[in-house]
Design a protein around this ligand. Structure first.
Ligand code: NAD
Ligand code: ZN
Length: 342
């Protein structure tokens, strides 16, 4: 089968031919329909310090996908050939304290599809059946291929009650843009989104932001005054991974404000802890998605009107993946979907 892989250490990715994986007794083989490109895939493409430390070539990459069940292992129940599925890209150990208690998203031994083992940018993918998720076939395939990052947005946005709250989202990347729509749909009043990239801010506006702010041109305290906000943001969703954005957030929260951190910071990001203390802020780290409550909520949100389709800005056949990666690297795109069937 054809697959997009990192064949050796160093920048770039290759379209290559690899054997179709064989499902073990507890696994399913999935025929891939569509995949979407994640920032993680771009890190692997670029071969930055994180990728060099984490990725062991040769390896097929990719973890955001939708496909149909092709084959099931002899011990698998509940899936049949032809079922439309997404996959949870975090494979958990199943035996640690959190896994045994049903808190699988808190497993200490998570392995990533397309990061620590062969991934989804291929004609077929093998994963444990416990990682396959049935999806609502009335949801467009393009949208279903983005459920993994949508899950990050939903899991982060739903950490706190948003009804009537003023929300600050730092970072209008694909995840920040999706979180914007989720926050609006979940009852937030103002959803203010910051970035330094005008294309991305325009996308956040399309996704329902009440106000977008280019922090290289404007300051958040002025924006708060303009919006008639007297006391700061109630909820902050950090989705840039930029220390400056985190500092801006901490400076602009209401007393007792609640922050969820999804963005992955460089090794160390300074925090003015006295502001956290005196303003009694809550800060919570968020990783991945909740298995499988987040998948349930994503589906329910879409079934009740959430539209994330504007965040998908480009589509390519998988053979033109290089173009997709170039665009992602330029910052001039939202989500990019690769088609594996046509
Ligand atoms: P992205 O890199 O596409 O988007 C980040 C955005 O932040 C960019 O548009 C960038 O211009 C903007 N930005 C840069 N400096 C800024 C500043 N000072 N203020 C405001 N915005 C600024 O990333 P993404 O794919 O949307 O993901 C968002 C973040 O979440 C990334 O840091 C990613 O690594 C992280 N992530 C974490 C998890 C997790 O499980 N914790 C999962 C997926 C992604
Ligand atoms: Zn575990």
């Amino acid at each position: 089968m054809r697959a997009i892989a990192k064949l050796q250490s160093g920048p770039g990715l290759q379209l290559t031919e690899v054997p179709v994986p064989q499902p073990g007794i507890n696994e399913v083989l999935i025929k891939i329909k569509k995949t979407s490109i994640c920032g993680t895939d771009v890190h692997i493409y670029n071969w930055d310090a994180w990728a060099e430390k984490t990725i062991r070539p040769p390896m097929v990459i990719g973890h955001e996908f939708v496909g149909s069940i092709e084959e099931v292992g002899s011990n698998v129940h509940g899936f049949q050939r032809g079922d439309l599925v997404d996959g949870e890209g975090h494979i958990v150990c199943g035996v640690c304290r959190n896994c045994l208690a049903g808190r699988r998203h808190l497993c200490k031994d998570t392995k990533g599809v397309g990061v620590n083992r062969d991934g989804a940018f291929a004609e077929y993918l093998c994963i444990p059946a416990s990682n396959a998720v049935h999806v609502d076939p009335s949801i467009p395939l393009d949208v279903l291929s983005c459920f993994d990052p949508l899950g990050n947005a939903v899991h982060t946005a739903l950490q706190y009650d948003l009804v009537g709250e003023d929300v600050l989202i730092t970072g209008a990347g694909p995840i920040g843009c999706m979180a914007t729509a989720v926050a609006k749909q979940s009852g937030a009043r103002q959803v203010v989104v910051t970035d330094v990239n005008p294309n991305r801010l325009a996308l956040a506006r399309r996704m329902g932001a009440t106000r977008v702010v280019d922090v290289s041109q404007e300051q958040l305290p002025e924006v708060q005054r303009e919006l008639g906000m007297k006391e700061g943001f109630d909820v902050g969703l950090e989705m840039s991974g930029n220390p400056r954005a985190l500092a801006d957030m901490i400076d602009n929260m209401f007393h007792g404000g609640r922050i969820a951190l999804l963005g992955i910071m460089p090794e160390k990001a300074p925090v003015d802890w006295n502001k956290v203390v005196f303003n009694m802020l809550t800060i919570r780290g968020v990783y991945g998605r909740e298995m499988y409550e987040t998948w349930y909520k994503m589906t329910a949100l879409i079934q009740s009107g959430l539209d994330i389709s504007p965040v998908i800005t480009h589509r390519f056949p998988f053979t033109e993946f290089q173009q997709g990666f170039e665009l992602m690297r330029s910052g001039k795109s939202g989500k990019i979907v690769l088609d594996w069937e046509n």
